[in-house]
Design a protein around this ligand. Sequence first.
Ligand SMILES: Cc1cc2nc3c(=O)[nH]c(=O)nc-3n(C[C@H](O)[C@H](O)[C@H](O)COP(=O)(O)O)c2cc1C
Length: 317
Amino acid sequence: MALPQAWRGRLSLPAIAAPMFLISTPDLVVECCRAGVIGAFPALNQRTTAGFEAWLEEIETRLKGRPAAPHAVNLVVHRSNARLSADLEVAVRRRVPLVVTSLGIEAEVVAAVQEAGGLVFHDVTSRRFAERAIAAGVDGLIAVAHGAGGHAGALNPFALLAELRGIFDGPIALGGAISTGAQVAAACLAGADLAYIGTRFIPAPESSALPGHRDMILAGQAEDVALSPAVSGVPANFLRASLAAAGIDPDAGEPPAERNFGTTGNLKPWRDIWAAGQGVGAIRAAAPAAEICAELARDHRRALAAAEARLADLRPA
Ligand SMILES: Cc1cc2nc3c(=O)[nH]c(=O)nc-3n(C[C@H](O)[C@H](O)[C@H](O)COP(=O)(O)O)c2cc1C
């Protein structure tokens, strides 16, 4: 286990409730943290830096003085994000325990967070991106594998984890279609320290997902998810029916002329075209976040106990 020292004894499950654009709310973050799962939200879920700071303040106040997992903020490190330096200043000043960087990495961003005592985990989809993140001094990697909701990698999770483990011995979170506690256990047995779980939390009442998005996830199967570059320019997993409803062929969507991950222009697509990972088939009920976390933690413990029992079926090596 390579969980950061400061987190030991604070988690009920080795997992991060992943940040989701237009979905994660302070309620979702607070409920996950109280339940012992790291809660995260993208800074861009608020329309202004002042709004972002107000959310952080609310989360800090509601978590203060109670046993809770650390909270996390996602910063998009790409030139289309005009708010990066202002949002970074807020995250540093408020000493956010974990900053998740995505869609770009800069050593200055990493250093600024670390100087304030925070940790930086960076989203990667390949060994090449991981090498860049390690060179920039990140504390942890988030391996975003094939089948993840939103921007997803092309690599099988076992292959990606093994390659990253070969070059990095710090904490690695594995993301992509993880919907159950047994899958969290499997991720950790395969070399991850944490699971990174997004789609599983979309139907929770604390998320700000639209009703149609929730319903499509509860009714969906893996085949209902398609990888399309049409929204931001980078391949991302969306629910097929929502792409089709927006006039985009789920199997042949064209990327826009310019990549855009920021606040301009692309708000509507992520609101009307619904991201989800291939793990939708295992999500059948819209439980509150605390119940989801408790169920995942129970299932995780059971799976670990069962894994030990399987040894009895094998002949001695
Ligand atoms: C609706 C949705 C919105 C997302 N928005 C963001 C985002 O703003 N920033 C980010 O770094 N990742 C974003 N992601 C990716 C998640 O943080 C995470 O990598 C992914 O959900 C993990 O895969 P899973 O959904 O299969 O569990 C988003 C994912 C979804 C499903």
